[in-house]
Design a protein around this ligand. Structure first.
Ligand SMILES: [Zn+2]
Ligand SMILES: [Zn+2]
Length: 143
């Protein structure tokens, strides 16, 4: 896992990377536009940015796919989302509310903070949002 702070990618791009990870394959630009409800020219521009940051590769005539780096980063994004969501459910929010709230601010929470929270919770395995991957965790014992 390479060095990153977790703050490299804007909220909008977080959505792109998570969508691409979920699809696990080459995805057409038009499918991304319709899934994320953004116009095709914006999608094209955003994907070009993500490609220049090394997170996605263009596959001629077929669309885009995550690079290895993009996959690692997207795993971290899932980790961050699910840990923060779990945290909020411990403080009175329903699973749905937590997921929704976290989606609004997750892009601004650093990897360091996420890992400290994760370690203090004992690296939990699941949250209401799904399994919690710990590949990016650098502190504490992972069960
Ligand atoms: Zn969620
Ligand atoms: Zn962890």
């Amino acid at each position: 896992m390479e060095v990153f702070t977790g703050l490299e990618v804007s909220p909008r791009k977080v959505d792109y990377l998570k969508f691409l990870l979920k699809k696990e394959e080459t995805v057409r630009t038009t499918d991304i536009s319709s899934e994320l409800k953004v116009d095709p020219s914006t999608t094209t521009k955003t994907l070009a940015d993500l490609a220049s940051q090394g997170y996605v590769d263009h596959v001629p005539y077929r669309g885009v796919r995550l690079t290895e780096r993009g996959k690692e980063y997207a795993q971290f994004l899932i980790h961050r989302h699910n840990i923060l969501s779990l945290l909020l459910t411990h403080y009175g929010l329903s699973a749905e509310e937590s997921c929704h709230e976290v989606s609004r601010f997750e892009a601004y929470v650093s990897r360091d903070a996420v890992e400290k929270i994760c370690a203090s919770m004992g690296h939990p395995a699941v949250s209401a949002c799904g399994k919690i991957p710990h590949g990016s965790c650098r502190i504490g014992d992972i069960a």
